[in-house]
Design a protein around this ligand. Sequence first.
Ligand code: FES
Ligand code: FE2
Length: 436
Amino acid sequence: MSKSKDREDLIRVGSGTAMGGLMRHYWLPAAMSSELERDGAPMRLLLLGERLIAFRDSSGRVGVMDHRCPHRCASLFLGRNEEGGLRCVYHGWKFDAAGNCVDMPNAPPHQDYKEKVKAKAYKVAERNGLVWVYMGERAEAPPLPGIEASLLPESELQITFAQRECNWLQALEGDIDTSHFGFLHAGSVDPANVPEDNLIRWTVANRAPEYHVTDTDWGTMYAAYRPAMAGQTYWRFANFLFPFWTQTPQGAFDRVNSRGWVPMDDTHTMFVSLSWKGLPAARAALSNSRMLPGSKLTMDFLANTSDWYGRWRLAGNGANDWLIDRQAQKDGGIYTGITGIQAQDQAVTESMGPITDHDFEHLGPSDRMITRTRRRLLRAARALKKDGAVPPGVDDPDLYVNVRSGDFLANEKIGWREAYEAQTRAALRPLAQAAE
Ligand code: FES
Ligand SMILES: [Fe+2]
């Protein structure tokens, strides 16, 4: 296959595309439960290039459907969220959360054909504060994925959404590219100023790690490594999990953290971060990045609007050069001049343009995880299209539950797979603890 065909197959997510077909096999985290009020205003929702309306009915049930009314296509965004359903304001047809037409008041009773009309509605599930949508064709949707963080009770789960104005894959690839950390986020840090017991020391003492990269049941994994103090290796493990999840290497294996890069359309992505609130500070401290200048961990948002692209936009964006501060870049100790870890990632990935040009790239040894992940995605999407092979994790939700990532020091004699197993085994398991 040609490189440009590969690129098209990887990035396009609309109906009928290779990746769009793959994504439609999975449940997509689409909104926070708190975004939808009972009998509240319908919300515009963009998923996989489809313009949808989400609403919560009087009983609390969430409906997600094509925004066009199946009568004559007026937008249901304008609809009245009334007792038990959404009523189109054009001729008054009313639909329940499953898309059934339950009232057709502009037709005389003997000509009423509401039983024959159905809005194009998708299956919806809600769990622990997150609304999931299934856009696939199965009559019976597959089980919700066992993404570990998403199984935590709502009180223990931190959910953050942030929109990124670029293709889903280039946004995701920032999470599986460890060598950027020593530049983008920590390029101005002098290792001599980092306490010996802080693991960031090793990221900045050697900014050119080597890698092991492998396919896994859930997707792909890398282990970046560098020598640390005598007899020790500094490891950074991270994962890609089908179809758009990542787990990043900055922090302890005790973190229960997964990051979804949900395609809104080909050029906009909703970042969905799910993490455990209860990680004990002492276990988190070792590779605490709070000490980096300009590393604010929170995000600054613009107010949400009802526009298709109006949800969870960051204050720094392409129109204001991501709020870059040249003085801070020059002598303020902030390598980018941009404050905020997320804002820094946002700036570089958006700066590539809405869809990065794979022909213009020169991928090297530091990009092996990216190359491998692209290949794995392409293989799965094409096997699905050609032979109907169901992609990983769809029918096997438990595949995800025990997967972890993080950074640590280990005896240099320990092999990389062994080191991963040992860390994963020793990690805190809030779900298991809750069950005991
Ligand atoms: S267009 Fe919606 S009821 Fe006519
Ligand atoms: Fe980053």
